[in-house]
Design a protein around this ligand. Structure first.
Ligand code: KIV
Length: 258
């Protein structure tokens, strides 16, 4: 596995995936560079419409589970909406992540406008992953999930965002939902690794939500998601097989009986 800071000059991109529980975290452990306990769990795990109602207790619960399952891989806990509205609130909540879980870092959405919050955390020895571009926690105030980097002005703003959070001490950053032809400029403007989602190939790494990547999110298929498994169909077929065998009294047969 690569060290995170070495990725910037490496030819091999960094791999991040989300996990929300110990079982899947143990399957992903050592096979990826970073496991993100994303607040995307609100949608992919809890069938909510967006990430906004995830709170500290939910994130701590799932982060503890992921830490129990993945012993080798770097684990990042997403700070949920409303938990880093000022420096003191952010420090109090991010400290809980270090005190109550074994996560190695927290993630915060925001560029220039929240760099002072990242600075407070990194000055207090809390490692921070930034997140710029499309920021799902601000979907309501932004009026929807909007692809970024479509105008020269927006690209300049994203470069300012990336530089501000690097200066604030973030060790890497997610760049989400940014036009692919703008991403190289943003990524090359900083010396810390960038991890893309829905932002093309010109970042230092990629992240996907596990249930998207493995085909469990049946009704969610944006262009940037590749299904590496037809998970939903596999589970549904296996469930029907199990149910049929029980109903037909095929299971448990002698082989499965003491
Ligand atoms: O919550 C999440 O899973 C994320 C990734 C999409 C980067 O923030």
């Amino acid at each position: 596995m690569q060290t995170i800071s070495s990725i910037k000059n490496s030819k091999i991109p960094l791999v991040m995936i989300t996990a929300y529980d110990a079982l899947f975290a143990s399957l992903f452990d050592t096979k990826v560079d970073i496991i993100l306990v994303g607040d995307s769990l609100n949608m992919s795990f809890n069938a909510k419409a967006d990430t906004l109602s995830a709170d500290m207790e939910i994130m701590l619960y799932h982060t503890k589970a992921v830490c129990a399952g993945a012993e080798e891989t770097l684990i990042v806990c997403d700070m949920p909406f409303g938990t880093y509205t000022d420096e003191n609130i952010a420090l109090k909540n991010a400290s809980r992540v270090y005190q109550e879980t074994n996560a190695h870092a927290v993630k915060i959405e925001g560029g220039e406008e929240r760099a002072h919050i990242i600075k407070t955390l990194t000055s207090n020895s809390i490692a921070v992953m930034g997140h710029i571009g499309l920021m799902p926690q601000f979907v309501r105030s932004e009026g929807g999930y909007k692809v970024r980097g479509k105008t020269p002005e927006d690209i300049e703003q994203l470069i300012l965002d990336a530089k501000a959070i690097e200066k604030a001490g973030a060790f890497c950053m997610v760049i989400e939902g940014v036009k692919a032809d703008a991403v190289a400029r943003i990524s090359n403007s900083v010396n810390i690794p960038t991890i893309g989602i829905g932002s093309g190939v010109d970042t230092d790494g990629q992240v996907l939500v596990w249930s998207d990547a493995f085909g469990f999110a049946k009704d969610f298929k944006p262009k940037f998601v590749k299904n590496y498994l037809n998970g939903a169909k596999l589970i549904e077929d296996a469930t029907l097989k199990y149910a049929n065998e029980v109903r037909n009294r095929e299971f448990p047969s002698q082989k499965y009986t003491y």
